[in-house]
Design a protein around this ligand. Structure first.
Ligand code: AMP
Length: 120
């Protein structure tokens, strides 16, 4: 799947759309989800143009992968959910209902989150 440079997270990265930023470094941006599903619902995205985890895992540099992983833990600690617990989630493609085609990891926390997924 080709990267769509007009997806909403690409527009946030270009500053064309505002976001409620919680973290930024050379490779990573994180902000509050616009439609939070838990008291803590943060989206963590790479600044590079990657469609999904599939794309990021195949093409991202070691520096990007390390920065992204470090940021996930740092953001969760900064949000105060490292002790109470949290969930990370990355949707890839149609079966996972990925809505925004720029790789992102959700961090959910601040309440009991229930079981992983429904049987559907
Ligand atoms: P996914 O289904 O994993 O692609 O999730 C996309 C997420 O992006 C959803 O939870 C949306 O609520 C969120 N979202 C969409 N537009 C924005 C935006 N402008 N700012 C923050 N979050 C957004």
């Amino acid at each position: 799947m080709a990267y769509d440079a007009n997806n909403v997270f690409a527009r946030i990265l270009r500053g064309e759309i505002p976001c409620k930023k919680v973290y930024e470094d050379t490779h990573v941006l994180a902000f509050h989800d616009i439609n939070p599903q838990a008291p803590v619902h943060i989206l963590v995205i790479p600044k590079g143009a990657y469609v999904s985890l599939d794309d990021f895992s195949a093409r991202a540099s070691d520096a990007e992968v390390v920065a992204f992983t470090r940021a996930l833990g740092e953001i969760a600690r900064a949000q105060g959910v490292d002790r109470s617990g949290y969930r990370t989630l990355a949707n890839h493609g149609a079966d996972a209902n990925q809505e925004v085609p720029h790789f992102h990891v959700h961090i959910f926390g601040g309440r009991r989150l229930g079981r992983m997924i429904s049987k559907g």
